[in-house]
Design a protein around this ligand. Structure first.
Ligand code: GRG
Length: 283
């Protein structure tokens, strides 16, 4: 296995174990079985790319994984909530996710709404209470950035825009606005939170936030191609992926050897984009 592959495997295991601990069933009661449903939403699969980016950003800025694991859990809980709500009948109405019945199919629609609500609020508790060695001002800023990128100025706003815009857009700028909010924002939060947990100066926080945004928009373009979405913009999306990946590489280079995990994640995305392109045969 390559060094990057080994780093990804190792850090993914750390994230999974931190998530399992954060969502442990307490010995007392589990109201309405909701905790069990929250665990179902989070702990069964998922690539954990957002938490991996939190850790890569933290390490690039000179921090240790321990400093950033609560932020990793918070990001993944927000991501899991968004998937649970996105799968609901009122949104995408999906019956399966990660090879299993979706949360509303398994636990009912009302519980799925509550699982999302509970994961979102729990994310902020885990972030704010769990940090080891993170200065209070940096933590306050991390809370603000996560709220901004997850909410109306980020992912939720992007979902609303996506619902309004429809599936077959003809303008790349319009599509990227949706991608930046709906998908890029959580990745931007991952970069910023990783940097903040490491105590990075403001310019580095901004750089790693920009890395996250470019990575996230590139990730969404690759996903569109893999899922055969947005057919009119496929060729332009391929060109944009190259530019976004180059931005990630330029930012990574400013971190020298400490940027190795960021380089590994960019390589992973490059391979995913290449597979998507090959599968869609638009070269
Ligand atoms: C309902 C508030 C609200 C937001 C929904 C996340 C989302 C916004 C919608 C899900 C559909 C979608 C295509 C979102 C774009 C982000 C994305 C590619 C999600 C899937 O992320 P992965 O591939 O999933 O990281 P895993 O399962 O690996 O965690």
């Amino acid at each position: 296995m390559s060094d990057a592959g080994a780093w990804i495997e190792d850090r993914r295991a750390m994230v999974n174990s931190a998530l399992t601990k954060a969502l442990e069933l307490p010995s007392e009661s589990d109201p309405g079985g909701l905790r069990e449903a929250m665990r179902y939403a989070v702990l069964h699969g998922g690539k954990r790319v957002r938490p991996l980016l939190v850790l890569a950003a933290c390490e690039a800025a000179g921090g240790t994984p321990k400093m950033a694991l609560p932020a990793c859990c918070a990001l993944e809980m927000v991501h899991a909530y968004s998937l649970v709500h996105d799968d609901l009948p009122a949104m995408d109405d999906d019956a399966e996710r990660r090879g299993l019945p979706t949360v509303h199919v398994e636990f009912g629609e009302a519980n799925a709404i509550l699982v999302g609500d509970a994961l979102l609020t729990e994310a902020f508790r885990v972030l704010a209470r769990g940090a080891v060695g993170v200065a209070p001002a940096a933590m306050a800023e991390a809370v603000v950035r996560l709220a901004t990128h997850a909410g109306i100025d980020g992912m939720v706003g992007g979902q609303a825009l996506d619902l309004a815009a429809g599936q077959d857009l003809a303008d790349l700028g319009e599509l990227e606005q949706v991608h930046a909010l709906k998908t890029g924002a959580l990745y931007a939060a991952a970069g910023a939170l990783g940097a903040l947990c490491a105590g990075a100066p403001t310019e580095q926080v901004a750089q790693l936030e920009e890395f996250g945004m470019s990575f996230g928009v590139g990730f969404q373009h690759a996903d569109d191609v893999l899922d055969d979405d947005q057919p009119k913009l496929r060729a332009q999306a391929k060109e944009r992926m190259e530019i976004l990946l180059a931005t990630c590489e330029q930012i990574t280079d400013t971190f020298g050897d400490r940027g190795e995990p960021l380089r590994g994640l960019t390589g992973w995305l490059r391979a995913r984009a290449r597979d998507a392109a090959a599968g869609a045969r638009f070269e």
